[in-house]
Design a protein around this ligand. Structure first.
Ligand code: NAD
Ligand code: SF4
Length: 434
């Protein structure tokens, strides 16, 4: 399973402080170069910072990979209206669990990144929108904000630069759709979170219709390292089009599940080496490169480079680098049904293809798994997927079809066998998972 003579790559950048004692305290952070990037950044101009992030090639770590420096450059240069930076810390994609560990272990890297990014975009108020279930994380962030305030890194005239910034930590209420940036903005404004029509993109009309940039936690936490190390250093990791380090969340049937930092472009074969290999040596059957919204891969894809281009060329997407690993004991139709039930539950109901489509997809899959499906159901599933993909209002609809279409693509016989036998009970299948 491992490639001989090729050590698994590691890049202790974003996670380098995580194992230090009291890593979340400002004292530890300052001892380990914390807030040195901010001092450096405040000596330059906002334009220089935007150019630096553009040169680094940093791409959004929330899943879509949009170039961060380019997104920042969409913000108007004037300050006719307030500008806002909003951190999307609502991570809800199944399997994704990188941002909460980052904020728990090293909250000041996010806060320092927020101050630098806000300065670059002329924002004086930054919101960190955290999923409401993560109360421990909200408490830790609030404590870190207080520490940063007391030390002069937040508030009025930061470090004597004349720049002012306040950070508000806001708790979401547990809806997956509020991770979609415009639904998040609606929710932040106190309304029911539902996606808005784009364009206008948030840089033109975002929070309170003012220029807004929404960035993921890991994206902004990368910024202080870029300021200190420079764009060329950042580009020594990863690939030409997907530079830098990345936190891969590895869960499922591996010996040591957890967060593993490695350069973009690392393969599952290498990640498995870091995670101690397949649990109990039971062979790999299927896996997701970036959460359930990204089409699944199989054992044939062990050497696909997990960067934005590599994952796409192999027929999937990098997404959130939530690598969920499943061994041969797992039924693909059962796993696909569970993911589909999630999308059905989380569909916000705004558009018909997703609202109605996920309802029917979940129902058909449940019927199949309960042993009452027919082979024609497979085509019906694909037909419904075809009517959701590209016809939904936001990315949730597209994501919902990924497990189904990729599951049928690689494991059609398993779906077929389930229908033809017509006697496999749900309890028998559920038992097989445990
Ligand atoms: P998107 O490609 O529409 O947008 C990505 C970002 O780029 C947004 O901030 C958007 O405003 C900006 N953008 C794109 N085109 C632009 C333009 N022409 N002008 C200005 N700005 C532009 O993707 P999305 O719908 O925001 O996100 C989809 C991704 O989210 C999926 O790939 C999925 O992996 C990921 N996702 C992540 C989570 C999580 O928990 N982190 C949950 C669900 C989905
Ligand atoms: Fe809502 Fe789904 Fe439509 Fe997105 S695709 S707007 S989640 S109904």
């Amino acid at each position: 399973m491992t490639t001989p003579n090729k050590p698994a790559p590691v890049t202790p950048v974003l996670t380098k402080r995580w194992l230090s004692p009291q890593s979340w305290s400002i004292k530890t952070y300052e001892q380990l170069e914390g807030y040195t990037a901010l001092r450096k950044a405040l000596k330059g101009t906002p334009e220089q910072l935007v150019q630096l992030v553009k040169d680094s090639g940093l791409r959004g770590r929330g899943g879509a990979g949009f170039p961060a420096g380019i997104k920042w450059s969409f913000m108007p240069q004037n300050e006719d209206k307030p500008h806002y930076l909003v951190i999307n810390a609502d991570e809800g994609e199944p399997g994704t669990c990188k941002d909460i560990p980052l904020m728990m272990a090293d909250p000041h890297s996010l806060i320092e990144g927020c101050v630098i990014a806000s300065y670059a975009m002329r924002s004086h108020h930054c919101f960190i929108y955290v999923r409401g279930e993560a109360l421990h994380c909200i408490r830790r962030l609030n404590a870190a904000v207080r520490e940063a305030h007391a030390a002069g890194y937040l508030g009025k005239d930061i470090l004597g630069s004349g720049f002012d910034l306040e950070i508000t930590v806001h708790a979401g209420a547990g809806a997956y759709i509020c991770g979609e940036e415009t639904a998040l903005l609606d929710s932040l404004e106190g309304r029911r979170g539902q996606p808005r029509l784009k364009p206008p993109f948030p840089a033109a009309a975002g929070l309170y219709a003012a220029p807004t940039t929404v960035n993921n936690v890991e994206t902004i936490a990368s910024v202080p390292f870029i300021v200190n190390g420079g764009s060329d250093w950042f580009r020594t990791m990863g690939t030409a089009k997907s530079p830098g380090p990345k936190i891969y969340s590895i869960s499922g049937h591996v010996e040591k599940p957890g967060q593993y930092e490695a350069p973009l472009g690392t393969t599952l074969r290498e990640l498995l080496e870091l995670a101690g290999g397949m649990k109990d040596g039971i062979p790999l059957k299927f896996w997701t490169p970036g959460g359930s919204s990204t089409p699944m891969f199989t054992a044939e894809h062990l050497d696909v480079p997990l960067d934005f281009e590599g994952a796409a060329e192999a027929g999937s997407m990098l997404g959130t680098t939530a690598v969920m690993v499943f061994n041969e004991t797992v039924s693909v139709p059962w796993a696909v049904m569970k993911w589909t039930e999630f999308y059905e539950h989380e569909s916000c109901g705004k558009c018909t293809p997703c609202r109605e489509g996920t309802y029917w997809l979940a129902g058909i899959l449940q019927r199949m798994v309960e042993g009452h499906g027919t082979p024609a159901d497979i085509d019906t599933l694909l037909d419904i997927c075809d009517n959701i993909l590209g016809r939904s209002f936001c990315a949730l609809g597209d994501g919902a079809v990924s497990p189904i279409t990729s599951g049928i693509k690689y494991f059609r016989d398993e779906f077929l066998a389930l229908c033809e036998k017509n006697r496999v009970g749900a309890h028998a299948l559920a038992g097989a998972q445990s």
